[in-house]
Design a binder for this molecule. Sequence first.
Ligand code: PGA
Length: 251
Amino acid sequence: MWQQKWVIGNWKMNGSNAANRTLLQGLFQPVNAAAAQVYCGIAAPNVYLAGIKEFAANTALAVGAEDVSQFAVNGAFTGEVSAQMLADVGAQFVLVGHSERRQYFQEDNTILLEKMQNSIAAGLLPILCVGETLAEREAGQEEQVVAAQLSLLAEADLSEVAVAYEPVWAIGTGKVPVTEQIAAMHELIYRQILSLCGKDVKIRVLYGGSVNAGNAAEILAVSHVDGALVGGASLQADSFAAIIQAAYAPA
Ligand code: PGA
């Protein structure tokens, strides 16, 4: 099992050239200081990726995309950005199936499997995002929902799987599941991946949803939590740096 924790920021549709530089400048020192113990990355809007990659050259910060086209081959798909293009500008990983993509763009398992396959073919590591809504949890369906979201992994032929468990009701709300809920779901995700992909698969399961400087150490100490996917708190250098620190110096 990998020991290194992952802390990945998800900037969503935020940023500007000037703001990105200020934020990144505040991150390089904490990211480099943590590099032996923590893999740090940010997923940023596509238009900024090349600039960020250049600015972050010679640092330990990994750079990724927030989404990728479902279309495998470059061509007449106006507005789309292919996995090859993301790799070409230096992206190392890509979020696939974030709940905001599922909600606003109706991304289902068929589309997400294509996105996973395109990413892998281009040499990007896909991070598959899964998670239940509040209504689904209240109906006691969270395990079935997450299992159904993971089922596409059976088709993807992976030797390495990265998943982010992000309960939809915890994203951007300040509400966080109790540690027992996180532990139970992460264990279920591990079990599902092993049964879908075989026992030799390398697994990494991040938790996401209102992770902040105050709760990161507790969340990262939960069993089967291999890292964090951080939205709002990744937009400030000091809070993101504090989360990185919590990943190797648990309080
Ligand atoms: P949040 O977002 O940390 O702002 O809750 C997490 C995410 O959507 O990845």
